[in-house]
Ligand binder design. Structure first.
Ligand code: ACO
Length: 429
């Protein structure tokens, strides 16, 4: 069923080309966003629109997440992220994204139980980890492993998801968590730690990451709380690069595990989820150099490809609301844990200088979600090459929700057009 809102029937944009005037219907979203519907343009005129990198293109109608980039607003299914962080856990947020409503107590209990029941990885899959090079980046391991999961679950498609979305989603969300912890254990040469059925989602992840056969990890409620906050804030962000990858690949009716693998690959890039690791690399270099201005100047230099990592966003032209919450949470958490990280001081100094600099001000470049998150992950003890895996762990419910929405509202494969500007065909005589 299409998500398209009803057209008013009276509002049109007019496109004039040569002696023809084409009327294009106006569509208005529930938060007042206005779009020009060009779906019939090619059929009626033979013309296409050109919009490289989709700077102006709404690729779908969606009911999942709303971002107001001018005013710094973000909500999932009508519930603000501030409210979710204050009063809910990541598992409830995942349910909200998938189901459209926050769970009642019994629904939440059932979903948590499903997450625990489906947390084990197929035992044969565990041996796959042994064949990756020790230095392999965990994001590449995760995308490869998720693609490999499609060989174990070849029939995870639109139909099976419709039958029981909770079970399918729980298996995906839970398996990813187990795999992420296994990938980490593999990278440090320790035996994997299996999930425990008595622990809730975030605590279970920390147990799998940090327990060892000789040293059980003591669950700290403050760490569980901050992990819930970070996962909630990363759980969805409408049509970003990785979600677009998921919706696009999924539109060809690819197995869901392979589809999610494409999302993981897209997220790994430094301009997307990989930025959280890149921010820490940058902050470390600045601490070593002791010269914030040098990096600000480099970021402004058009002859340099260097960018201030964790700054700027395609949609937000003001403060990223996630960054605002994470910055405060970062201060509070480090204080609670009695941690003094020199990177936090440098990050704050860098932010202060950038926000007063005309280059950043005139381009509306503010700290994004990745700017402070890495400092918290470091404080938890998560290694830097796992930061983007943490992002993917959080984004799993968002990807699944978008995939589910796409398969139930979109009937056509995603297939953009182009304007060919290459050589014309030579006709042989
Ligand atoms: N440092 C320095 N200059 C920047 C930065 C930055 N971080 N970000 C953008 N700019 C400049 C660009 O050079 C460009 O300048 P110009 O107009 O003089 O050419 C202008 O600001 C607009 O930038 P675009 O690249 O056109 O903006 P776009 O919307 O395409 O890119 C992006 C957004 C990729 C996030 C960009 O801001 C960036 O590279 N930031 C650093 C990487 C990062 O933090 N990524 C994480 C984003 S959040 C996420 O994906 C989860």
């Amino acid at each position: 069923m299409s998500n398209k809102p009803k057209e008013s029937g009276v509002e049109y944009a007019e496109l004039k080309y040569k002696d023809k005037v084409i009327k294009l219907p106006i569509v208005i979203g529930t938060e007042g966003e206005v779009g020009i519907d060009i779906a019939e343009l090619r059929k009626t005129t033979g013309m296409v629109t050109v919009d490289p990198s989709f700077l102006n293109t709404a690729v779908c109608y969606s009911k999942i997440t709303y971002v107001d980039g001018e005013n710094g607003i973000l909500h999932y299914r009508g519930v603000s992220v501030d409210e979710l962080v204050k009063n809910h856990r990541f598992v409830e947020t995942a349910y909200l994204l998938l189901r459209g409503k926050l769970p009642k107590a019994d629904q939440s209990k059932r979903f948590s139980k499903l997450l625990n029941e489906h947390s084990l990885l197929h035992e044969d899959m565990r041996h796959f980890f042994d064949r990756f090079p020790r230095a392999a980046h965990p994001m590449q391991i995760m995308s490869t492993m998720f693609d490999a999961l499609s060989t174990f679950y070849p029939n995870v498609d639109a139909l099976s998801m419709r039958e029981d979305i909770d079970i399918c989603a729980a298996r995906l969300i839970s398996t990813f968590r187990t795999m992420a912890a296994f990938a980490y254990k593999r990278s440090i040469g320790e035996p994997v730690v299996y999930p425990r059925s008595d622990l809730p989602y975030c605590a279970n992840f920390l147990h799998m990451m940090f327990s060892s056969p000789v040293n059980p990890y003591e669950i700290n409620p403050e760490v569980v709380k901050i992990l819930n906050t970070l996962l909630i804030l990363h759980a969805d962000h409408e049509q970003n690069c990785s979600t677009t990858a998921v919706r696009t690949v999924g539109s060809a009716q690819v197995n869901l595990y392979s589809t999610i693998s494409a999302g993981i690959s897209a997220l790994s890039g430094p301009l997307h989820g990989g930025a959280n690791q890149a921010v820490i690399d940058m902050l470390k270099r600045i601490v070593k150099d002791g010269d914030v201005k040098k990096y600000i100047d480099k970021a402004k230099d058009k002859n340099s490809s260097f960018r201030l990592m964790g700054f700027g966003h395609r949609v937000y032209k003001t403060f990223d609301p996630r960054a605002v919450i994470i910055k405060k949470a970062c201060h509070d958490f480090l204080a609670t844990m009695n941690i003094n990280d020199p990177l936090l001081e440098v990050a704050m100094h860098l932010e202060e200088v950038a926000l007063k600099d005309d280059y950043f001000v005139s381009r509306n470049l503010y700290p994004n979600v990745d700017f402070y998150s890495g400092i918290i992950y470091r404080a938890i003890g998560i290694p830097e090459n796992m930061f983007t895996v943490m992002f993917a762990l959080a984004r799993m419910p968002g990807w699944i929700a978008h995939w589910k929405e796409m398969i139930s509202s979109q009937t056509k494969i995603t297939r953009p057009r182009q304007i060919y500007v290459g050589k014309t065909m030579k006709h042989e005589k």
